[in-house]
Design a protein around this ligand. Structure first.
Ligand code: HMG
Ligand code: MG
Length: 295
């Protein structure tokens, strides 16, 4: 069966803007987030407290958080890789963070400058200290389906990394298809290999056009939280073959068609996507936004 309700976890301001060639002004980022909240989003991943040299696009994380118009009932999680990042987030009064692990050795080295094993030494004190401070922690696992250097990722390897993160006390585990190579059968097999599908979210990049099909497979397997980005912008600067995320508007169109409640206003999402596209100087990549623009 399918769920009656789905939580859309919006990653546009973080995953989307981390991969833009141009640096987006902090005022535009703050307005973007405001518009997303206005469209009904209850969880908006705002930015990253990573090393500013590694992701210069998000080097203004402090300034952005100072400008956020926080609304009651809306969560604004931020990415945090290590204790330095946690210190920065705590100084800004953040109450939800996300750590991000790799399922593969090569991507752990490229994205985190760590080995598959030593990434946990980095995350353990982050999660422990966050929880002590009343901060909720989400965890991502990247390269869950395949990796540009190592090929297909074994299901057992993803489950081992993921269960270990859940064991640290993370409230949710988002399964990342960083380079978009997953297909629905693989999605079902991966989700079924976990002991608690209710703690899983899915994070599909749409490189091979599989993101909506994969999402449907995940919903049928019991997942009720789906990551998406405005217009489908996004990618990972440390995985060249990564392209954009599943577009929020395309996801909401499908869910609406299935009669699944999201609490989101599609017209406002489309208007925000068009507004952002103008700021980025190119059309929204979302198929739904393009189709609606033609009337
Ligand atoms: P490192 O070079 O190993 O860092 O990088 P270090 O711990 O050796 O520290 C070196 C220096 O950096 C020190 O300064 C630290 O203080 C400073 P020094 O003492 O030499 O003056 N430093 C920091 N400064 C500010 N903020 C920090 C920070 N950390 C250290 N947080 C590190 C390790 C993890 C920092 C680096 O590899 C990094 O920043 N990586 C982030 C890469 C990234 O953001 N990738 C994109 C997000 S992941 C993604 O997109 C995938 C996802 O969407 C899911 C999917 O699609 O699969 C989530
Ligand atoms: Mg991503």
């Amino acid at each position: 069966g399918l769920p009656q309700q789905v939580t859309v976890y919006e990653v546009g301001p973080r995953d989307g803007l981390q991969n833009e060639a141009a640096i987006v002004p902090v005022e535009v980022k703050a307005e973007f987030i405001d518009r997303l909240a206005d469209a009904g989003h209850k969880v908006i991943e705002a930015t990253s407290f990573v090393h500013p040299k590694w992701v210069p696009q998000l080097a203004d994380a402090e300034q952005l958080l100072d400008r956020l118009h926080r609304r009651p009932g809306v969560r604004y999680p931020v990415l945090v890789p290590n204790e330095r990042g946690l210190d920065r987030a705590l100084e800004r009064g953040v109450d939800e963070i996300a750590v991000f692990a790799s399922a593969t050795e090569t991507f752990a080295a490229k994205n985190l400058n760590r080995s598959l094993e030593s990434q946990f030494e980095m995350f353990e004190p982050v999660v422990a200290r966050a929880l002590e401070n009343g901060v909720r922690v989400r965890a991502y696992v990247s390269m869950c389906f395949g990796d540009p250097w190592e090929g297909p990722t074994p299901v057992s390897q993803v489950v081992a990394v993921g269960e270990r993160l859940l064991g640290l006390g993370c409230y949710e585990l988002s399964l990342g298809d960083t380079i978009g190579v997953g297909t629905p059968g693989h999605v079902t097999a991966l989700i079924e290999a976990f002991t608690s599908p209710d703690k899983l979210a899915v994070h599909f990049h749409d490189t091979y056009g599989q993101a909506l099909g994969n999402t449907l497979a995940a919903l049928r397997a019991g997942v009720t939280t789906v990551d998406a980005s405005t217009g489908g912008i996004g990618g990972c600067p440390y995985a060249e073959s990564a392209t954009g995320n599943l577009a929020t508007e395309d996801l909401v169109w499908m869910l609406r068609g299935l009669g699944i409640e999201t609490g989101l206003d599609l017209d406002k999402l489309v208007a925000t996507s068009t507004w952002l596209a103008a700021r980025l100087g190119r059309p929204s990549p979302s198929r739904v936004v393009q189709a609606l623009a033609k009337g």
